[in-house]
Design a binder for this molecule. Structure first.
Ligand code: WT7
Length: 650
């Protein structure tokens, strides 16, 4: 059975029996009915070539494909032989079909500044940026690292890379210098795009200063392109540093999108796995485009006049697929917000919804739980009547938070789509299409088109309904990752090698009699803190890198707001004392503030087996304040547990 850290939440989910139907009004205009889903889902499995060929045909291809899928397990090629361009489909195609004056982005800065771009304007900016990148020597096949706040230029830079066939690698602006350095080096990027600073909780975050630090240890890096966002002072290295407003500002508005092979790399995005080193998940052009296009259209039931807001930062896959590519491929109007949900106060999201008449909101359970704690009277002060659909992503949503979202934000009028997917899957894999199926609070739901999930044991035995097991996917899908950048062996091992013949997601799940999947949580050494993935090994190696630490073990602990939080057990280096504050700062420097341990236990010994393996199972119980359960007889020294239980975390 998969272990879980959010046990109480999970118990609540598994005993949840509420079923919430979409309203007749929602169903009446929904893009996909239940009958449509059933027919199309069947077709997507029985005749995938026809199904995916029909979806792809709604988009523009410079050259059609010879074959829809070439599957040499574990490597897939989709739309083989075809040529296309994601940025062309997201922009030129929209202008060509008459959407040039439609708003593409409504961007709001944390400081309240608002900027809008029509499709025609966004196309012009992307063309200029594409010309500027080419002027700096970027070519198809290169990697470009982005380290940016959520400003329009971040999306423009991504689309400009896509337009010329360079793969972007976006590094979340909250990551540290050392994390940025590793990612630039792993991707061998020659160009870094950043900003002087971004705003977070009213404070400028000096991204350029971090970029300068990183550049000291990135031998391949040639140029740093810098957007002036905050007007903060920056150090400048002539010849290496280039202002965005100079290079892009002076570039031509004419640019022809490159006709790219369907399997041309589109982006690399680093995510945590169960080893110390993050994986560069590689996505390619044609399949990712088709997958994000279809899921955005159907899961969010996109209508022409929707104002769609996904709150994710572009540093995460949700920001890639559902703030930029998926909605633009559908010609939607997208809201982007730069800052924190509580800036200047906890009404900020509701203010944005009221001001821009947002109709679709897609956010994370951790945000919902934070709002819930602030009470109902904050959202009550705002007009949220424009909303018609709500989405949740990133971690299991507990039924209590689900119901609060449904009642207080959605006014019991808006269906909720709880979408399960991963950086690796590229697009949504499980959910309930909003006009087709009822929701069950806490349960993600049914497979999307072309997705064939099931539950298995580690040995590869398929389980029936009402059993808990490992969530696997039995066949390739267009937007799946193609490899781990620079480490195909790791790709083979982690995803298609864990259980023979299937994609192993790393999550435990249950399935009910209606076929709905409820995600229980990760079964590997990956934590989910506020919807962000963190590898326990990654944090452990940061901790043991500190001179005062001899040994470190990191586990997750259930947390009411974050879902999970980080708990570290430390044995000090002989003759050293551990300073918890300094250790937290060290983890911030090594990885980023999001990985900082919430609690640190300093101990003289770890609970180990006779062969020296730390039994993290017991550490999780101690961190959660639970009684020790399970067989302790394999421990070398069971008294360690008693001592640890008596230890106060700092
Ligand atoms: C992991 C993937 C998907 C984009 C954001 C996170 C967890 C994701 C759900 C959900 C329960 C979920 C899983 C998954 N997860 N969505 N709706 N219900 N758990 O992407 O950083 O690649 O993390 O997030 O554990 O494996 P990611």
């Amino acid at each position: 059975m998969p272990h879980t850290n959010a046990k109480d939440h999970i118990d609540a989910m598994l005993h949840e029996t509420r079923v919430i139907e979409p309203s007749a009004a929602f169903k009446a205009t929904a893009k996909v009915s239940r009958a449509d889903y059933e027919r199309l889902y069947r077709q997507s499995l029985d005749d995938p070539d026809q199904f995916w060929g029909d979806v792809a045909a709604e988009l523009h291809w410079f050259k059609p494909w010879d074959t829809v899928l070439d599957w040499q397990e574990p490597h897939a090629k989709w739309f083989v032989g075809a040529q296309t361009n994601v940025a062309y489909n997201a922009l030129d195609r929209q202008v060509e079909r008459g959407l040039g004056d439609k708003k593409a982005f409504i961007w709001e800065g944390e400081d309240g500044e608002v900027r809008t771009y029509t499709y025609a304007e966004l196309l012009r900016e992307v063309c200029k940026a594409a010309n500027a990148l080419e002027g700096l020597g970027v070519q198809a096949g290169d990697r470009v690292t982005l380290y940016m706040p959520l400003i329009p230029e971040a999306a423009i830079a991504m689309l400009a890379c896509a337009r010329i066939g360079a793969a972007h690698s976006v590094v979340f602006g909250g990551f540290s210098v050392s994390a940025l350095t590793d990612r630039i080096n792993d991707a061998q990027s020659k160009i870094l795009i950043t900003a002087d600073a971004g705003y977070r909780r009213g404070q400028p975050v000096n991204l350029k200063a971090n970029a300068d630090e990183a550049a000291k240890n990135t031998p391949n890096l040639e140029k740093i392109l810098v957007v002036r966002r905050a007007g903060t002072p920056v150090e400048w290295q002539e010849g290496r540093d280039v202002w965005w407003h100079d290079a892009v500002g002076s570039a031509s508005e004419q640019h022809q999108a490159a006709a790219l092979d369907s399997e041309q790399p589109l982006f690399v995005l680093y995510t945590s796995g169960s080893t110390g080193k993050p994986k560069g998940v590689l996505h390619t052009t044609g399949g990712y485009m088709v997958g994000t296009y279809l899921t955005t259209k159907t899961v969010f039931d996109l209508q022409d006049d929707d104002i769609y807001w996904c709150t994710a930062d572009v540093g995460w896959v949700t920001g890639h697929s559902y703030s930029v590519y998926g909605p633009l491929l559908n010609g939607a109007t997208v809201v982007l917000y730069e800052g924190a949900p509580n800036q200047p106060d906890w009404g900020r999201f509701w203010d944005i919804i009221q001001k821009h008449r947002v109709t679709i909101l897609y956010t994370a359970p951790t945000a919902i739980r934070s709002f819930m704690r602030q009470g109902d009277d904050i959202p009550a002060k705002y007009d949220l009547s424009s909303l018609r659909l709500l989405g949740s992503v990133g971690e299991p949503i507990n039924p209590e938070a689900w119901m609060w979202y449904y009642r207080t934000i959605g006014g019991e009028r808006c269906p909720i789509v709880d979408t399960w997917w991963q950086t690796e899957t590229g697009s949504i894999m499980l959910t309930t299409l909003p006009g087709a199926f009822p929701s069950k609070p806490g349960s993600a739901g049914l497979p999307m088109f072309g997705v064939e999930p099931t539950l298995m044991t580690h040995e590869g035995d398929e389980l029936g309904p009402d059993d808990g097991g490992l969530l696997v996917i039995k066949r390739p899908w267009p937007s799946m990752l193609r490899t781990v950048y620079g480490d195909d062996e790791r790709y083979r091992k982690s995803y298609w090698g864990e259980i023979k013949g299937v994609y192993f997601a790393g999550d435990g799940a249950r399935r009910d009699a209606d076929g709905y999947y409820t995600i229980v949580g990760r079964v590997d050494d990956v934590l989910n803190v506020s919807g962000h993935r963190l590898g326990t090994m990654e944090i452990e190696s940061a901790l043991v890198g500190h001179s005062s630490v001899a040994e470190a073990a990191v586990v997750g602990k259930p947390d009411e707001v974050k879902g999970e939080c980080v708990v570290a057990f430390i044995t000090p280096q002989l003759g050293h004392t551990v300073d918890a504050k300094e250790l937290r700062a060290h983890v911030s420097r090594e990885i980023g503030a999001l990985a900082r341990p919430d609690a640190i236990y300093i101990t003289d010994a770890m609970p180990k087996t006779r062969s020296g393996k730390i039994m993290r199972r017991f550490l999780r119980q101690i961190a959660a304040g639970h009684d020790i359960q399970g067989d302790t007889s394999t421990l070398e020294d069971p008294s360690v547990l008693e001592r640890l239980k008596a230890t106060q975390a700092v």
